[in-house]
Design a protein around this ligand. Structure first.
Ligand SMILES: Cc1ncc(COP(=O)(O)O)c(C=O)c1O
Length: 360
């Protein structure tokens, strides 16, 4: 045993790290529908912008813009807010970490609904904070606003909207009531909001305890570039800025992200394709007897019919070269999360499941 490990903080030694979905090695041929990436490459403007930088490598001697200034301006234009109300992160995962580190002292608490994004408790544990997981639905299966007692002492509430992995959105009436009744800060994690019919950006500027997070990993096809964005009150953004690394986004990511944000037509094309294929997959699965949760995202959560076991379907799809996500969590183990891919990929999923059912 390495003696240095004894010096690791006990909280870190005891915790399990976040487990991302599998990323097969480059060149391995699979249909990859397990981490909600885009079926399309990013806008061609991204490669052009990055290519422009690569032609002049002398630029890389210099540090990039510490505040990602052009990116904040482009994001503010896209979000309809002011640049000082925007922060950029190395993926929205980094912004989540910055938020926890900014607001939560050791021993304090964060809260979130379960099921939602399983990174929140991991970030809290790293910070030495506690996590409170509240059930997503009340007794009769309806949404509810957590009451004072449920949120007593909680500093941050993470609301994943649209919910992952179930796929439905919280409307702005709900989010406003949650923020107004909560004495801490609400973080609306909108990783999938570009695919949805509603989003909380209009509430930025209205509520002083709300932060909205976006990512370029899904709708912009830029998971590999690692760019997340946050919008919230300028005073909160200024505090988050103190906590992030001085140069948290490299020059390539900043240039590529600006180009992506400015190509609105390309985003609209991607969203339209995903919505169309989402409908195609959902219909096909329903015809095969699956239950499909209504989705506002680029994935669907689906439950196999009686006689089929979700974990088995996941493993059989894997054997057929199709990676989807199955969660060994009592709240989710009855279903599968399938990322929306191209038409051919969706047809391949349906054909593989049809084969499992018919045995031919
Ligand atoms: C709900 C949610 N939030 C945040 C993220 C992280 O996104 P990023 O790639 O920007 O770190 C994900 C990624 O899957 C997600 O599902």
């Amino acid at each position: 045993m390495c003696p240095g490990v004894d010096f690791v903080r006990p909280r870190v030694r005891e915790m399990s790290g976040y487990v991302p979905g599998r990323q097969p090695a480059p060149g391995v041929k699979v249909i990859k529908l397990n981490t909600n990436e885009s079926p399309l490459p990013p806008s061609p403007a991204v490669a052009e912008a990055i290519g422009g930088l690569l032609e002049n490598p002398d630029l890389f001697r210099r540090y990039p813009s510490p505040a990602s200034s052009s990116l904040r301006a482009a994001a503010a234009a896209a979000f309809g807010c002011r640049p000082e109300e925007v922060i950029a992160g190395n993926g929205s995962d980094e912004l989540l970490r910055i938020i926890v580190d900014t607001f939560v002292e050791t021993g304090e608490e964060i809260a979130y609904f379960h099921p939602s994004y399983s990174l929140y408790p991991v970030l809290a544990a790293i910070r030495g904070a506690e996590s409170r997981a509240l059930p997503l639905f009340a007794d009769r299966g309806e949404l509810y606003i957590p009451d004072e007692e449920q949120l007593a002492g909680v500093k941050l509430f993470f609301l994943t909207s649209p919910n992952a992995p179930l796929g439905f959105s919280f409307d702005n009436g709900y989010i406003r009531r949650l923020a107004e009744s909560f004495s801490g800060v609400v973080v609306v994690d909108e990783a999938y909001a570009d695919f949805a019919e509603t989003n909380a950006l209009p509430l930025v500027g209205e509520l002083d305890n709300l932060i909205v997070l976006r990512t370029l990993s899904k709708s912009y096809g830029l998971a590999g570039l690692r760019v997340g964005l946050g919008a919230g009150p300028a005073e909160i953004i200024a505090e988050l800025d103190k906590v992030r690394d001085s140069y948290n986004l490299d020059a390539l990511a900043q240039a590529g992200a600006v180009a992506a944000l400015e190509d609105r037509a390309y985003l609209e094309k991607t969203v339209a394709l995903v919505r169309e294929e989402r409908e195609y997959l959902a219909q096909g699965l329903k015809e095969l007897g699956f239950t499909v949760e209504p989705s506002q995202t680029n994935f669907i959560f689906t439950i196999p019919p009686a006689g089929m076991v979700a974990e088995r379907v996941y493993l059989d799809l894997e054997k057929a070269g199709i990676l989807v996500r199955w969660f060994a969590d009592p709240a989710l183990e009855h279903g599968l999360r399938i990322t929306i891919g191209t038409h051919l990929e969706m047809a391949a999923v349906l054909a593989a499941i049809r084969k499992m059912i018919n045995g031919d």
